[in-house]
Design a protein around this ligand. Structure first.
Ligand code: ADP
Ligand code: MG
Length: 292
């Protein structure tokens, strides 16, 4: 590519809300055939809200929420914010946590007012040697609505679940349709549960879902696709997404996301929505056509 045409493209990209790191990113993007999108914060608003607290028999709803929210004070995860805010909005006073530990891709644990408390997905529950059998049907019903379910464990037994919802961004359906029309195969990768992932992906025309993915697995999924000869772009917003953004042929960060994601990416979508990818693709095509 000539320096001039790249400069023009970079300038036009910036006007269209796409920051292009370098000429290589633009060149590689023209060849991309597969687009991996993170769910939370990329397809969705990334601002989940607490929807329901469902205690197991013998446990109190407000107490289950108090334990969960007390633990989450120590976490920076968007799910944590939803739970803390939900508790405060319901007038629940929080306790104190000691021995706090965040378990990446699974949840959080620690001691609240002296009791052993954990909060997270089924993986975390299983790591503790427990099951959430009594809550399975309830959990599935919430997930079928696209909600994310987390289990609260108190002193070695599941005490209830909390459900949060994170709405799909207004711009997502049209952007995904346009990307599909441009010929991309679209794969959603998420640390969230398969059922929740399916419910969210349902109306969006997503070709494939990879759910229950641990953060380190996103980069591996990309590497495997590359080994199969695919040229892969990855769109994500989180700290967790940085290795995958770096592994991808083109990493695409949400401008609204974590700094480390932006640093790892070839493109940054200033407005934080996928419309920018449609514009970037047109720009890449036009620029490369000019050069050849
Ligand atoms: P994503 O790919 O959707 O950003 P993460 O890898 O961050 O997901 O988390 C995957 C799952 O682990 C979440 O859906 C949730 O069930 C659980 N989890 C992670 N962090 C927390 C937390 N701070 N509190 C409760 N659950 C958590
Ligand atoms: Mg995310």
């Amino acid at each position: 590519a000539t320096p001039m045409s790249i400069m023009t493209a970079t300038g036009r990209g910036a006007q269209a809300g796409v920051l292009i790191k370098n000429a290589e990113a633009l060149e590689r993007f023209e060849k991309v055939d597969t687009l991996i999108v993170d769910k939370t914060g990329t397809l969705t608003e990334g601002k989940p809200r607490l929807i329901a607290v469902l205690p197991e028999p013998g446990h109190d709803e407000a107490e289950v929420l108090r334990l969960a929210a007390t633990l989450e004070k120590g976490s920076e995860h968007p799910l944590a914010e939803a739970i803390v805010t939900g508790a405060l909005e319901r007038g629940i006073g929080l306790g104190d946590t000691t021995e706090f530990d965040a378990v990446t891709g699974k949840g959080v644990q620690g001691r609240v007012d002296g009791h052993a408390v954990a909060l997270g997905n089924l993986r975390l529950v299983a790591d503790l040697g427990l099951e959430a059998a009594g809550l399975t049907a309830t959990a599935d019903a919430r997930r079928d609505q696209g909600e994310t379910v987390m289990f609260v464990v108190l002193d070695g037994a599941v005490a209830g679940l909390v459900a949060v919802a994170d709405p799909v961004k207004e711009t997502t359906p049209a952007a995904l349709k346009a990307l599909h029309d441009l010929g991309f195969r679209i794969i959603m990768a998420t640390g969230d549960n398969e059922r929740t992932a399916r419910a969210v992906a349902g109306k969006l025309g997503i070709d494939e879902i990879r759910a229950d993915v641990l953060p380190q697995d996103k980069a591996r999924i990309i590497r495997e696709l590359q080994e199969q000869g695919r040229s892969v772009a990855m769109a994500g917003d989180g700290v967790n997404d940085a290795p995958a953004l770096a592994q991808a042929d083109v990493g695409i960060a949400m401008g609204t996301g974590a700094d480390v994601a932006i640093e790892s990416a070839g493109f940054t979508l200033v407005q934080g929505n996928l419309d920018g990818i449609v514009r970037a693709r047109r720009l890449a095509r036009a620029t490369m056509r000019n050069i050849r």
